[in-house]
Write a protein that binds this ligand. Structure first.
Ligand code: SF4
Length: 177
């Protein structure tokens, strides 16, 4: 079992070592703020939220694991930067680190999002844009509160998109063994 974990970690490190860009997270929070401001004024721009959601998945599918989380993600950058000053810096309880909890949260958020999409898509681009924006604003607020209660980037431990990207990475690693 230990050998298996060691091998998995080695493969994970190899996937991290693949050539890629340096971390951009010292500035990508600007994307989160700009997107929210523009989309609140012009709702169709809310559709850009799909780019934020799909980027970690596409990068994980390319075999680069969670590099989007580590180096790009505008929301990760945003919560990391703006919760630092207020964060209680507490460690998340161990049950929140469990796969079961992450999966339940993933299922709730994905289920809600899919349900909202069924409702919003037939109503046109304005409603769709607003729906994506409000959904992601709510998720960002939860991420922000999590960062205040626990450590600044604690949300990234349970985030459904990070969880999906991590699972894709692990499936690719297992397939390549
Ligand atoms: S875990 Fe979620 S919020 Fe954190 S960096 Fe990854 S996609 Fe962004």
């Amino acid at each position: 079992m230990d050998e298996e974990v060691k091998q998995l970690n080695k493969l994970r490190n190899n996937s991290r070592d693949k050539k890629w860009i340096k971390s951009q997270q010292n500035w990508t929070w600007i994307i989160t703020i700009s997107w929210m401001l523009i989309a609140n004024l012009w709702p169709p721009f809310g559709l850009y939220g799909f780019v934020c959601m799909l980027t970690p998945i596409i990068i994980a599918l390319s075999g680069r694991g969670k590099m989007s989380c580590a180096r790009i993600c505008p929301r990760g950058s945003f919560i990391g930067k703006f919760t630092k000053a207020f964060s209680g810096n507490r460690v998340m309880p161990s049950w929140m680190h469990s796969k079961r909890f992450k999966f339940i949260l993933w299922a709730i958020m994905m289920g809600t999002f899919i349900g909202l999409m069924f409702w919003a898509v037939p109503k046109g681009v304005y409603t769709l844009g607003k729906t994506i924006l409000y959904f992601m604003e709510a998720a960002t607020l939860i991420a922000f509160i999590t960062g205040i209660i626990f450590k600044p980037r604690s949300w990234c431990i349970i985030c459904p998109m990070g969880f999906s990207a991590g699972n894709i990475r692990d499936i690719i690693i297992k397939k390549n063994r």
